[in-house]
Every structure is written in C-alpha cells, then in structure tokens.
Design a protein around this ligand. Structure first.
Ligand code: GSH
Length: 232
C-alpha cells in the first residue's frame, strides 16, 4: 500500500538502471511503499510491453493500475500524487522549478547519453570520444548547478529535491565507471561542487537502501554490455 492513498504502487525495473534508481530514491525519500518487479530486458514481460508500449523501457510506475513512464515524469508524478507525505521534491517557485527541470533534462541528454555510449564503446577511439563528450557535459553541469544551488547543502536546498534525486541515480555508476575506465567524472579537482554533493548524498540513509553494489555494476558492464568479463 502507498502511504496516503490506499492504492497499490508497483515499480517495474531493472536493478542496474540509473533511471530506475532515481524512481526508487523518490519513493524511499517520500516514504511510499511499493512492490518492486524486476524485468528481464532481454525477454520483456507482457506487463512491461502493455504498460509502456511506446518505449518498452523501465522504469514504469503503476499506481492504482495506471502506468506512468519515463523516469523524470515518474519522479514528478510521485511528488504530486504523494504531496501529503514526505518532503516536497520540486521547488515551490515556478522559475526555480523550471530551472531544476532544465538541468534534469540536460543530465539525461548531454551527460547520461555519452556516458552510456562510453560504457558500450568497442574501440579506444570511440571510448576517448565519448569520454571527452561526457567530461565536457559535466563541466557545463558543474557551472550550471553552481548558479542554481545557492550554496545550499543539496540542489533542493537544505533537503534533497528533484535534481538531487535525478542526479542521485548516477552515483553508484560514477564509482563503477571509475573502476572500469579510470575516469572519475565527478572528480573534486574538476567538478568540486558535484563531487562534494555526491559525498553528502551517498551518506544519506535513504540512498544506501537504493544504491546498487558497485562491483556488481562493474561485472554487469563486463557480462551484459560487453559480453565478457571486465577486470577491475
Ligand atoms: N528516458 C528513459 C530511459 C529509460 C531506459 O533507457 N531504460 C533502459 C534500462 S537503463 C531500458 O529499459 N532499456 C530496454 C531497452 O532499451 O529495450 C527514462 O528516463 O525512463
């Protein structure tokens, strides 16, 4: 049962997914209980195909039998549907809300995309190019979030907010990527604000319950993305 509504909440996910992790983070931070259903993405269930017929991807949140797709949309939905419980994730001010959404979209389009390609790269040239693009995007992100964070503890202010949750899904992947490629994308010398934020975020009780084991992610990249084992 979900806190505050009485309607059942189900999450279709895949354990390694940073997009699924952000939805779990939002549910945990809000204190919404839910049933988690792991999908085999090589053999998608009827439930997934029926719930997300357009993209056929996880995460999908099913609330009271109705599916909601796309992690950013889901996190916003959780904030609105469970407004009476837990912290409010999106800022109250419309402009601040728009800025948080802007950077969330930037993270997906400009940071996660080349990062994912880097982890799938087959040649050194490809790897170098995707690394360059990811590092360039992180540079822009560091400056952008510096503007909107107003020197508060989290991007949401004194408490975790929308952008924290969206970036938070990447945290275990930052550590896994470092083990795999040697690159720490949120290195304190290059992205001091993001690096300090990551340490604070990783220390929260709610995040530890959600974060994937880093060595399992490293193994996942070797066996699932490459089809071989990566030594770390
Ligand atoms: N934009 C989507 C991306 C979700 C996504 O890429 N999910 C991956 C797992 S990390 C997936 O379901 N892949 C299955 C497929 O592409 O067939 C979101 O934010 O929810």
């Amino acid at each position: 049962m979900a806190v505050g509504t009485g309607e059942q909440v189900k999450l279709l996910g895949a354990w390694a997914s940073p997009y699924v992790a952000r939805v779990k983070l939002a549910l945990h931070l809000k204190g919404v209980s839910y049933e988690y259903m792991e999908e085999d993405l090589t053999n998608k269930s009827e439930r997934l195909l029926r719930s997300n017929p357009v993209n056929k991807k996880v995460p999908v949140l099913i609330h009271g039998g109705k599916p909601i797709c796309e992690s950013q949309v889901i996190v916003q939905y959780i904030d609105e549907a469970f407004a009476s419980v837990g912290p409010t994730l999106l800022p109250a001010d419309p402009h601040e809300r728009a800025v948080a959404r802007f950077w969330a979209t930037y993270v997906d389009d400009k940071v996660l995309l080349p990062w994912g390609m880097l982890l799938r790269a087959k040649t050194d040239e490809e790897r170098a190019e995707w690394t360059r693009q990811t590092l360039a995007a992180v540079d822009v992100l560091e400056e952008g979030v510096r503007e909107c964070s107003k020197r508060k503890v989290f991007f949401g202010g004194d408490d975790v907010g929308y952008l924290d949750v969206l970036l938070g899904g990447m945290v275990p992947w930052v550590y896994a990527t470092k083990k795999i490629s040697g690159h720490n994308f949120l290195d304190a010398s290059k992205a001091p604000l993001l690096a300090a934020w990551m340490e604070r975020f990783a220390e929260l009780d709610g995040t530890k319950a959600v974060f994937q084991d880093v060595d399992s992610l490293v193994e996942y990249v070797g066996t699932v993305l490459y089809g071989t084992t990566v030594s770390n």
